[in-house]
Design a protein around this ligand. Sequence first.
Ligand SMILES: Cc1ncc(COP(=O)(O)O)c(C=O)c1O
Length: 373
Amino acid sequence: MPRFSSRVEQISISGIREVFESAGEDAINLGIGQPDFPTPEHASQAAIDAIEAGQVDGYTSNKGIPALREAIATKHERDNGFTVDPSNVIATAGGSEALHLALEAHVERGQEVIFPDPGFVSYEALTHLAGGTPKPIGLREDLTMDPAAVEEAITEDTAAFVVCSPANPTGAVQRKEDMREFARIADTHDVLCLTDEVYEQIVFEGDHYSPMQFAETDSVVLVNACSKTYSMTGWRLGWVTASHERIERMLRVHQYAQACASAPAQYAGEAALTGPQRVVDQMVEAFEERRDILLDGLDDIGLETPTPKGAFYAMPKVPDGWVEEVIDRDVIVVPGEAFGERGSGHARISYATNQEMIKEALERMAEATRVVQ
Ligand SMILES: Cc1ncc(COP(=O)(O)O)c(C=O)c1O
């Protein structure tokens, strides 16, 4: 019988994957967290050109190619209102690796990590892998995270708190005042604010703000990726931005676990970040139309759903047995408890699929609702 580390025994295969793998081939998949659009052609072409020019046959620098890190630094200045040197960026294998680096480098055994509940599945699992103690906290009625609740949860054992906006699984977008508060809390309590901004560009109402633009010390580590913004989930390209000291510690983990992000993906990512951004606007417009169809449909069915202001998820309250009835009708949605205890009684519905599918899924959801009510 093989023996395993207690850290790995504390985590299990993500609830999302389980739903996925139980799905029939013809099922309508509203469980998936990736855009259904192709990667922009100019991004793919940049990777093809780099391959043909023989630029991707070897390792890149551990931090990533300079042109990509410059593109990321320019992007922060353009979109996020702060300046960083390209040396403050590590290109990673998706946002996932970036989150992993941040927690590995900052969490001491037994230290607490505060994160939203319901929240993205990786926060709890990566906290366990780092040897830390997960400390999920509840959300406001509108499903945003309350800075006051974070501040209250901080103890002398707290290493970090995670902010995710726009959020998976709720679609909630934090307000500017909240982000300013998160920065203040991190600055004054000497606790890391880990901000996960992978859905940054997918905002329908209001604007995206980053705690990093408000922080007065180096208390924030920012994670982002090309995955959702440019429909590049398969390329596996993300990054982490932080102070020199923090980057140096995260680089220690990155160089042994990963060496460097995939070279073709780095060239594609650079082209995506520096190329025309109209493709992103078009995708966001399509998501907004789908969101409205979904929200109207859920409302007609009688399911209460806080209006998601970003990302591509909605999280209605659902009656007992609803998720199972919906899945029985070959529509894949994810039970809320996959995202934490407080997610129970909800379902996460991804609308990263076309309008016809969403309308068909709504009909089946209406039927399922009649059965369980
Ligand atoms: C909130 C959030 N953060 C990070 C990630 C990881 O993204 P990536 O595919 O870039 O690893 C996801 C993916 O679903 C996500 O929803």
